[in-house]
Design a protein around this ligand. Structure first.
Ligand SMILES: C[S@@+](CC[C@H](N)C(=O)[O-])C[C@H]1O[C@@H](n2cnc3c(N)ncnc32)[C@H](O)[C@@H]1O
Length: 289
């Protein structure tokens, strides 16, 4: 299950080379905020004892470990991710926790070999939107699901519905141009599955006959434990971070003005426990007929 390459190769390189150190630094925010949404979505996903679950784009494996508890010793979780450093952390933490029903594979979820009709559930929190072709990845998952199995997805809604990402992007765009077409990116991007109609069409194209759940989840998420961390976060990750990175030296030159404007923006979201901004996702369940 280790094939990496093809049309995802550039994005996989971006995850491994550029994004890994940033994700490690801000893991508590990125994974913590993901958990706010997945904790709500789990109710609709109804993952059961004994289920075999595929976790697509599993990152550090937090969700794989949570799901392992839901499925119990008679169930099984297989996490796939293209980023070596994430899978290394995931393996280490699984071993430390003594969890026996989870294993991880480094691979490109779009093209990796998966056993046919093996899984009850294909799950992905914030994974599929980053693949060059989400439809191919979903089709690969469809092939790996038993008849009657289901895909359970959590994807970001639009940038406009996610001030936690969009507001900082607007600020940075006042100082810098958007990244060019040749920029190094992590794939189609977090908002590529924001549209309900598109998602339904993608699922259908991948073979999922029945969409059972399409639910909006709104929640305030933490973008920094304090104001300075919130500014660093927006400068280094997400759509605003991508603009700064791709602007190269000009991005670095403009940082003082960007930091000043971000401080003003983030200041209005500061609470005693950190900087919290609105976010919005879709929780989706679709069935293999
Ligand atoms: C936004 S992160 C989400 C991680 C995790 N699911 C979570 O919610 O914390 C997206 C993940 O997808 C992985 N990824 C991106 N492209 C991939 C691909 N083609 N195949 C497998 N994993 C991929 C990245 O390495 C990253 O861990």
């Amino acid at each position: 299950m280790t094939e990496i390459g093809g049309d995802n190769a550039g994005f996989v390189e971006c995850w491994n080379e550029i994004l890994t150190p940033k994700w490690l630094r801000f893991r508590h925010l990125l994974s913590g905020n993901g958990m706010i949404h997945s904790d709500i979505a789990y109710t609709d996903f109804d993952i059961r004892e004994g289920d075999k679950v595929l976790d697509i784009g599993c990152g550090f494996g937090e969700t794989a470990l949570e799901i392992a508890e839901m499925v119990g010793p008679s169930g099984e979780v297989v996490g796939i991710d293209c980023t070596d450093a994430f899978v290394e952390v995931a393996n280490q933490e699984r071993n430390e926790a003594g969890v026996r029903n989870v294993r991880y594979e480094v691979g490109d979820a779009q093209v990796c070999d998966l056993p046919e009709a093996y899984f009850d559930v294909a799950y992905s929190r914030f994974g599929v939107m980053f693949f060059q072709s989400a439809v191919r990845a979903l089709r690969n998952a469809h092939h790996a699901l038993k008849p009657g199995g289901k895909v359970c997805l959590i994807v970001w809604r639009s940038l406009a519905d996610n001030p936690c990402w969009g507001a900082a992007k607007e600020v940075v765009l006042r100082h810098l141009p958007p990244p060019g077409d040749q920029g190094s990116t992590c794939g189609p991007g977090p908002f590529s599955m924001a549209g309900e109609e598109t998602d339904r069409a993608m699922l259908e194209a991948a073979g999922f006959s029945e969409v059972e759940v399409f639910k909006r989840i709104d929640a305030d998420v933490c973008v920094g434990d304090d104001l300075e961390q919130a500014i660093d976060y927006q400068i280094l990750v997400g759509p605003s971070g991508e603009i700064v990175r791709e602007a190269g030296e000009e991005g670095q030159r403009k940082l003082p003005g960007i930091r000043r404007d971000l401080r003003e923006l983030m200041g209005s979201y500061l609470r005693t426990d950190g900087v919290f901004m609105p976010s919005s996702t879709w929780a989706i369940v679709a069935r293999k007929g």
